[in-house]
Design a protein. Sequence first.
Length: 304
Amino acid sequence: MKFLLVYLSIALLLSAKSIRVIPDSVKVDSQKVKLGHRLFFDPVLSRDNTISCSSCHDLNSGGDDGLQYSYGVGGRVGNINSPTVYNAVFNFRQFWDGRAKDLEEQALGPIQNPVEMDMDFETLIKRLQNIKWYRDMFHKVYTDGITKKNIVNAIAEYEKTLITPNSPFDKYLKGDKNAISKEAKRGYELFKYKGCIICHNGVNIGGNLYNKFGIYQDSHSKQLGRYNVTHKEDDKYVFKVPSLRNISKTAPYMHDGRFATLKEAVVFMSQAQLGRDISDRDIEDIVAFLKTLDGDTLEEKSQK
């Protein structure tokens, strides 16, 4: 009887968790997007004019830089893996430790971070005011022209457009049962059965809650996660659950980039997070499912 109650509780929990289709677009201000687009790709935001937002968020790849740790001005190296900017608009918080509440607040971080762009806004505003295109565009879009608030607002508005709809799995959810392979279908069932979907659900298949990294075994993480924000002992090694969209394009994996392949990541998550061993076939099928989560990037959309 006790086992049945536990089983039913888990079943009810899983039934409440689902993956939702990503929308084809989000509502944005086109003029702000135009301005934010230029800012996103402009190294003028960094102290030595060498680093732009796109340096760590390559939109022709997975929206990250493919490195374990990113490089900033003067070759300085960070200590945490750069997350993808694609679909970041759907995250409930930004950064691995969730210290930013939205995209605007997130944009402040890298610009001011001494390891990344190492720029102060007073200097940046003066730089932008000396560039006619920026001076004219800011005054066209914002009544108060070039300000700290308006700079990050424009960047965030552009980043809202960086969504990746039309993945094979989205098409499957919409009713096209041939959109994914039988192996991927089995992988999806395993993804639900083993409990992965408890944390990886919603539009972004993640990005909507925090969880401790290494529940069933020591994760040996050097980063403390949420603890750096809250200073609560219970928040040590707690991180925002990452999105799984376009996951095949965003290696290396985890907040510290410790795994080079999806297979390694799946094995670790099954053992460390769920406390379950996993067979080779199950790994292959789950990986097949994860590969169906790749949607259309901006480059792919423009070619259609």
